[in-house]
Write a protein that binds this ligand. Structure first.
Ligand SMILES: [Zn+2]
Length: 136
């Protein structure tokens, strides 16, 4: 079997909706350094796009970066103590999306979080899948 055929077969085996929903993109962070802090100016935009509360996303980022910081409601920006690279923050947002936003079953980003007692679930609005996720 030649390469061309192998490739065609590989493409065929990928579920269709992977392509259909690949257009979902996370906005890239816009940052600047202020003293010893890193400010993400478009944090509100990112959280709107991801349909999660800014505080919820920040909590995840702070844990991963092992630092402190907060959301500035008025400015819609986020401040992190320490100097962080754009790539680091973008990669963490991708990780966050895979873990807490994208449905593991159909790969769509149309999900929301449901709390039931001590448990937290990610509910997919497209296929109805429900999976347990770590509490925010
Ligand atoms: Zn789904």
């Amino acid at each position: 079997m030649d390469y061309e055929k192998l490739l065609k077969r590989a493409v065929k085996s990928i579920p269709k909706n992977v392509f259909e929903h690949s257009r979902f993109t996370i906005p890239s962070v816009t940052i600047y350094q202020e003293g010893k802090s890193t400010i993400v100016t478009n944090f509100k935009e990112i959280s709107d796009k991801l349909r999660r509360k800014p505080q919820y996303i920040i909590k995840y980022l702070l844990g991963e970066l092992a630092t402190r910081g907060h959301f500035k409601v008025k400015q819609g920006s986020a401040a992190f103590i320490g100097r962080f690279q754009k790539d680091t923050l973008n990669n963490l947002l991708i990780k966050f999306t895979e873990k807490f936003i994208r449905c593991a079953n159909c790969r769509r980003p149309d999900t929301h979080i449901l709390k039931e007692g001590r448990f937290t679930y990610l509910i997919c609005e497209a296929c109805g899948s429900k999976r347990s996720i770590p509490a925010p």
